[in-house]
Design a protein around this ligand. Structure first.
Ligand code: ATP
Length: 235
């Protein structure tokens, strides 16, 4: 389980972004953090993954304290992040990107995990030997996610997977995310597309100006009048 308590984070004096954020994500759950532009969602993921140095509070994954560790140690503890820009290595092939995702594992294990990823993402199988830079935005997002899954993480952090993608592609990506629910892996999804995120989430938090202002099951937040008015265009 991921347990965050009273996390405050920022970028320097007068640049405090998160204030006393507390949240939990059970093992195997898909939990979303939704909110407007600039609310602090990426800062939250950065703080969990060791990118934000000015943090106080606690971030524990399965009983291991993550806050204050560097990104390498956090990755060793079983965390992977798919950043907003996806982070695929565009000059390498799809295969090479996937191999990198399994770095450190025995060769046979890497091959077996790549097979599993290609079953999950058949589009990548067709493009296995193409450079990642030649893929469409949606395919690159799939590659970024499958590369992260190669490590069989305990916690997968996803930053705005819908960013820059056509609505039909976003729906495909979210369907894939929904299929990843219920495994051993916990997913923390940060998104501006509030409606879609809530639809696939077991539980969700609304973050406004760096603070958690609402929480509940995805279904209950979809019915919440404040969420509807502020994020879903219902008046
Ligand atoms: P978006 O959906 O636009 O990415 P967000 O909710 O993820 O928004 P953050 O990216 O966490 O929000 O940004 C929150 C605030 O922190 C913003 O005011 C932003 O300008 C500031 N900020 C983000 N990254 C940095 C940084 N590296 N240095 C200084 N300020 C930053």
């Amino acid at each position: 389980m991921l347990e965050i308590s009273k996390l405050s984070a920022g970028y320097g004096p007068g640049r405090q972004v998160l204030r006393d954020v507390s949240l939990r994500a059970q093992q195997g759950a898909l939990v979303s953090v939704v909110g407007a532009n600039g609310a602090g969602k990426s800062t939250l993921l950065g703080a969990i993954f060791g990118f934000v140095s000015r943090c106080t509070g606690r971030v524990d994954l399965a009983g291991t304290a993550l806050l204050g560790r560097n990104t390498h140690a956090i990755a060793e503890a079983g965390v992977r992040m798919v950043p907003e820009n996806r982070g695929t290595l565009v000059s390498l092939s799809v295969m090479e990107n996937l191999q990198l995702g399994g770095l450190g594992l025995p060769k046979a294990e890497i091959a077996a995990r790549i097979e599993r990823q290609l079953e999950r993402f058949p589009r990548l199988k067709e493009r296995l030997h193409q450079r990642a830079g030649m893929l469409s935005g949606g395919e690159q997002q799939m590659l970024a996610i499958s590369r992260a899954l190669m490590a069989a993480p305990k916690l997968l952090l996803l930053d705005e997977p819908s960013q820059g993608l056509a609505p039909v592609v976003v729906e495909q990506i979210f369907e894939l995310l929904a299929q990843l629910r219920g495994s051993d892996m916990t997913i923390l999804l940060v998104e501006q597309d509030v409606g879609l995120s809530l639809e696939i989430s077991d539980y969700a938090y609304v973050i406004e100006k760096g603070c958690v202002t609402r929480e509940g099951t995805g279904a209950s937040l979809l019915e919440d009048p404040h969420v509807q008015e502020a994020f879903l265009g219902v008046s």
